[in-house]
Design a protein around this ligand. Structure first.
Ligand SMILES: [Zn+2]
Ligand SMILES: [Zn+2]
Length: 145
C-alpha cells in the first residue's frame, strides 16, 4: 500500500500541505527538519506556512506515513515511511535513510524487559545508523589504524 492508498483509505484528501510535505520528503530521501521542509516548499513556489508543515507532519506521523528519526547531526528529522512495521537505517555520513521490514525478532528482548521491569511493552522505536554502501566505498577502512 502506498501513501495515496493510505490517505484514501482514511478518507483524507490530498490537500496542498499534504502533497507538498510528502513530495519534499520523497525527493529528499534523507531526514529533514520541519524548517527545511518549509524552506524547500517555498523554493518550489508552494505557499504553505511553517505551522501547517508542523501540523501535516504530526498528522502523517500518526498515520504512519512519516517517521521521526534521529539524524547524525540534526537531532530530529522526518522521513517518508511505508505503512506497516518498518524501521529505518540512517547513514551517519550522508544521512541517506533506508527502510527495512520490521520482524518480530524483538520478542525475546521484550520478554526480558517485561520480566525485569514489570512493564507491559506495547511499542518500540528502533533505528539503526551506520555507513551506506556508497559511503562504505568512499571511506577507506580505518579500523586497523
Ligand atoms: Zn552514506
Ligand atoms: Zn519493530
Amino acid at each position: 500500500m502506498n501513501w495515496q492508498d493510505k490517505l484514501n483509505k482514511e478518507g483524507l484528501r490530498l490537500t496542498t500541505p499534504r502533497r507538498v510535505v510528502i513530495s519534499v520528503l520523497e525527493a529528499a530521501g534523507v531526514p529533514l527538519s520541519p524548517q527545511t521542509i518549509h524552506q524547500r516548499s517555498l523554493d518550489a513556489d508552494e505557499e504553505i506556512g511553517l505551522v501547517s508543515v508542523y501540523r501535516t507532519l504530526e498528522m502523517l506521523t500518526d498515520l504512519g506515513l512519516v517517521r521521526r528519526v534521529h539524524g547524525h547531526e540534526a537531532c530530529l528529522g522526518y522521513v517518508l515511511a511505508s505503512p506497516g512495521h518498518h524501521h529505518h537505517l540512517v547513514c551517519r555520513s550522508c544521512s541517506t535513510a533506508v527502510e527495512f521490514s520490521g520482524m518480530d525478532d524483538l520478542s525475546t528482548l521484550i520478554d526480558h524487559i517485561q520480566e525485569e521491569t514489570g512493564f507491559l511493552v506495547d511499542e518500540h522505536m528502533l533505528q539503526f545508523s551506520g555507513l551506506c554502501p556508497q559511503c562504505r566505498k568512499r571511506t577507506p577502512h580505518h579500523d586497523q589504524d
